[in-house]
Write a protein of this length. Structure first.
Length: 98
């Protein structure tokens, strides 16, 4: 199982931990999957692991976030339009969908 851009929040596997493996191969990636591959995820909290998991042992939120209208940006990568803030006069973002 390949895990991309994911947040773990108050979950617990039956054997404990955020992720538990039982003979499966789990790899955590610190990149975003398609169609969000051009986005850079944020390193989140450390994961509690039971079993064998490869890759960096952190959650990586921020692959998907709300795209703001022109003249606004999303500094927190929130999921709604309320996450957008107006750009400072004379400033702009060169990031597509920022």
């Amino acid at each position: 199982v390949n895990v991309y851009g994911i947040t773990f929040s108050e979950n617990q596997a039956p054997a404990g931990g955020d992720v538990a493996t039982y003979g499966a191969t789990v790899t955590i990636h610190k990149t975003c999957s398609s169609p969000y591959a051009s986005n850079s995820p944020l390193q989140g909290t450390a994961l509690d692991i039971v079993g064998v998991v490869s890759g960096p042992l952190y959650s990586y939120p921020g692959c998907y976030y709300h795209t703001c209208k022109a003249g606004h940006f999303n500094p927190t990568r929130g999921l709604s339009s309320t996450s957008c803030e107006a750009c400072t006069a004379g400033r702009f973002s060169t990031s597509i969908g920022a």
